[in-house]
Design a protein around this ligand. Structure first.
Ligand SMILES: Nc1ncnc2c1ncn2[C@@H]1O[C@H](COP(=O)(O)OP(=O)(O)OP(=O)(O)O)[C@@H](O)[C@H]1O
Length: 320
């Protein structure tokens, strides 16, 4: 008999998880990951940073070169047969038959599951279709579905059984704004039901909007992880000045130790000086003294993007 997983055990845990592909490429490098139960966890990183490879290792689809992974307190892939029934996954778009209706696609997946009782199939399929908002389109051929509907049908496949953990690889990738909104709402609803959701994304604002926790990847390495609010709050805020004299303002701020200055129209932003004893009021006085007409002056709260830039020294949308 196995001991039940202890309470407080993370939904996903990786220790030193690494993958070097045959060509020599180190796609994932010593990843230590801890996904709290009940969280919506955003696995964030630019394209090519190693997110998909990590997800494939977590699910036992790729063998790690080094390190270990556990899902719901059980080692993977050793306990895959016991764990995977409690885990729904959506990776790389589901394999759907276009000539079958949404409902018949689900029936096919359900029939392929040896643990699924055929007597209750219909109810399971209805519930899954309802959950993803496809009840009305259930009888249409899947080939007529928009990409967003196909993604939601893929999620319905994952929801045919009750799940403790959902792992979604870039669930909004390629969707139009409406499709993105629907998928994000769905993720929030699923999390509201108590399911832990682990999703990968290359979109900072998506993670900020949807996730409670995040881990930030770049070039196969983990840069930071923790509650989204804590990471964003830890980032230094940006000084923001609006003024019709933007050019002069930038010069004065530069003279007074403001770095990483950028000007957009009447808005000048920069990193405030870090020397102890620097008072922002003195900066404002210096601007006024130099004849700069200041409309507003303040420090904006740090965002996840600020945290990322601080961690990597570069913008987010760089190719990994
Ligand atoms: N089967 C493979 N063989 C060799 N290299 C691979 C293989 N799969 C991925 N890679 C490389 O490993 C690195 C990480 O890829 P991965 O797909 O995990 O990143 P990702 O963050 O998921 O990016 P994307 O969002 O573009 O999928 C990339 O440089 C990729 O080219």
């Amino acid at each position: 008999m196995d001991a039940p997983p202890t309470a407080g055990e993370p939904a996903v845990e990786a220790r030193g998880l690494s993958k070097r592909f045959r060509g020599g490429q180190l796609a994932v490098d010593g990843l230590d990951l801890r996904v709290p139960r009940g969280s919506v966890f955003g696995f964030l990183g630019p394209n090519g940073s190693g997110k998909t490879t990590t997800i494939r290792m977590l699910l036992g689809l790729v063998t790690p070169t080094d390190g270990s992974a556990a899902l719901l307190g059980r080692p993977m892939p050793a306990d895959a047969r016991r764990v995977l029934p409690k885990v729904g996954a959506l990776i790389e778009g589901p394999a759907l038959y276009g000539f079958l209706s949404g409902r018949d696609n689900l029936a096919r997946f359900d029939a392929a599951d040896p643990t699924a009782d055929p007597a209750t199939r219909r109810a399971r399929i209805d519930a899954a279709l309802d959950r993803v908002g496809l009840g009305a389109a259930a009888r249409k051929h899947a080939r007529t579905y928009s990409l967003g509907m196909k993604q939601r049908l893929g999620l319905a496949v994952a929801l045919l059984q009750p799940r403790e953990l959902l792992i979604l690889d870039e669930p909004t990738n390629g969707l139009d704004p409406q499709g993105m909104r629907e998928m994000r709402t769905l993720v929030r609803e699923l999390a509201g039901d108590g399911t832990t959701v682990f999703l990968s994304s290359h979109l900072l604002d998506e993670v900020e909007q949807v996730c409670t926790h995040t881990a930030v990847m770049a070039r196969g390495r983990l840069l930071a992880q923790g509650p989204v609010a804590e990471l964003a709050a830890g980032a230094r805020g940006r000084l923001v000045v609006t003024t019709p004299d933007a050019g002069d303002a930038a010069s004065v701020l530069k003279e007074h130790g403001v770095t990483a200055l950028s000007t957009e129209g009447d808005r000048v932003t920069g990193d405030p000086p870090t020397e102890p004893g620097t008072d922002l009021a003195d900066l404002n006085a210096a601007l006024v003294h130099a004849g700069v007409r200041v409309r507003s002056f303040g420090v904006e709260n740090g965002s996840l993007e600020d945290a990322f830039v601080a961690l990597t020294g570069e913008g987010f949308d760089v190719a990994g």
